[in-house]
Design a protein around this ligand. Structure first.
Ligand SMILES: [Zn+2]
Length: 271
């Protein structure tokens, strides 16, 4: 389950899952490094931001172009989710190339994407939330999911698996990579979050830790639990133990820096 993700520098610096690499899946979880943005957004930033300080659209598009270049593709081959902590997952085809880059974004919340197309790069963005990549290695079906605590509670990862199955995927062929996110070391939550999860499924109890009378939530473990309950094999789940809050040198973190900060991206593409 927990694997030491591999840090690579090819134009940009990113992490990959050893399990996904063993299946030859083109994917990456980006870090802060290798882009053109400056200041709070230095340097590989994938969103203009929602705080007082904003990055330029031009920089954000350039960063997408640099990342797509690692796959030998262009920024026009990317389809971006439109995240609002929804549990919606959309199946996308080539007509969605460039969505959220040069084309308009989705007009409603789409926090997960699924495709069977080749050379269509799926992108979801995070800065503490959980990036989950899924891949059916026999049927070559890819998915990228953004799961914060709301998306996790709403089983968005399970929704993505259902969409993949509707396209012919089989759970025994699906591998999952859970990327860097805010770790249980740093993710303090209120009693109300605990209650919501326990009411939804008592098994989430194992995902909470009490430390100095504070409550900490293990988002990675919660998503592993959802994957296992969706019949994904344990050995087909690869989880990073990198915490975005702790590792300031490599990652942007909403909890650490608030709204005036950059955003990472997780990418997956069928080649
Ligand atoms: Zn931490």
């Amino acid at each position: 389950m927990k694997e030491c993700f591999i840090k690579q520098t090819v134009k940009i610096t990113y992490y990959t899952s050893p399990l996904f690499n063993s299946y030859g899946v083109s994917h990456m979880f980006t870090t802060k490094h290798g882009g053109v943005s400056s200041g709070e957004f230095e340097s590989l930033n994938f969103a203009v931001g929602a705080g007082e300080k904003r990055d330029t659209t031009e920089n954000v598009i350039k960063n997408h172009a640099i990342a797509a270049g690692v796959f030998g593709l262009s920024e026009n081959d990317i389809c971006r989710s439109y995240q609002n902590h929804s549990v919606n997952v959309e199946v996308v085809g080539n007509e969605y190339k460039g969505t959220g880059v040069y084309k308009d974004p989705f007009p409603y919340g789409v926090d997960g994407l699924v495709t069977t197309e080749k050379n269509l790069i799926l992108s979801i963005r995070t800065a503490d939330c959980v990036p989950v990549l899924l891949y059916d290695f026999r049927n070559k079906i890819s998915s990228a999911v953004h799961a914060g605590w709301r998306g996790t509670l709403g089983r968005i990862t399970s929704n993505a698996i259902k969409k993949m199955k509707s396209l012919g995927a089989k759970t025994e062929n699906i591998i999952a990579a859970i990327g860097p996110c805010v770790g249980v070391c740093c993710y303090e939550v209120g009693e109300e979050v605990f209650k919501l999860f326990i009411e939804s499924d008592n098994d989430f109890n194992s995902c909470f830790i009490n430390k100095d009378s504070k409550l900490f939530f293990d988002l990675t473990k919660a998503n592993e639990l959802i994957l296992i309950k969706s019949s994904i094999k344990k050995e087909n789940i690869s989880s990073s133990s990198l915490c975005t809050y702790c590792n300031e040198n490599d990652f942007f973190s909403h909890r650490r820096n608030g709204s005036n900060r950059g955003t990472m991206s997780a990418f997956i593409v069928n080649k």
